[in-house]
Design a protein around this ligand. Structure first.
Ligand code: SF4
Length: 195
């Protein structure tokens, strides 16, 4: 039964990347993946998302079938790389916010293409099987940016899962880095308060 659920959750990750071919606005589902982990963290004071809910973790576990399973280098799993990756994601979110504001103010055309790792734009247009009557350049821009962000991190996670252990991404994942930092700080504060 547990195995079935894991497959279902892994399918959610794959489904996330297919649905925007029907309509790009499905890419906004990424907000759930960004919001729910922190909602659960603040509510329970525990990293519940990473301990069994996260669909991406189940997707990465599928790689155990053909992963080379090499030992990841120390620099990849170290604090410095985790910090740099977190900074990259923060920079990415700042870029999304700023560029959306520029689109909103009419100073920039929406980027309605997928760009991997911010810089590498895919040369083809995404097919849209269902056209919605939402005429908002900002939402269009935002949807493509969220899709690009999710796809870039999943490609990186899949690459790591192929070369190293399947869940290597989970060691450096920004969601986990932030959650761990929050829990460390909360626990230290509690220790000080309890004397
Ligand atoms: S570390 Fe990241 S990918 Fe892994 S379970 Fe947590 S949120 Fe999901």
């Amino acid at each position: 039964m547990i195995q079935k659920n894991k497959k279902l959750f892994a399918g959610l990750t794959i489904g996330y990347f297919i649905l925007p071919f029907i309509n790009i606005y499905f890419a906004f589902l990424a907000l759930l993946c960004m919001g729910i982990p922190f909602y659960l963290l603040f509510k329970n004071n525990k990293n519940k998302w990473c301990s069994g809910i996260c669909p991406r973790a189940d997707y990465l576990s599928l790689f155990r079938v053909f992963s080379f399973g090499k030992k990841a280098p120390d620099w990849l799993l170290g604090d410095k790389f985790k910090r740099n990756l977190l900074m990259y994601f923060c920079f990415n979110l700042i870029f999304i916010t700023m560029s959306s504001f520029m689109v909103y103010s009419g100073n920039m055309a929406p980027i309605d293409k997928v760009r991997l790792f911010i810089a590498f734009q895919l040369p083809w247009n995404m097919p849209q099987l269902l056209t919605l009557s939402i005429d908002s350049p900002v939402l269009l821009h935002l949807a493509f940016r969220f899709y690009s962000l999710m796809l870039s991190s999943t490609i990186l996670g899949s690459f790591l899962a192929t070369v190293y252990k399947p869940r290597t991404w989970c060691v450096i994942c920004p969601v986990k880095t932030l959650s761990t930092a929050y829990l460390d700080r909360t626990n230290k504060t509690k220790e000080v308060q309890n004397g």
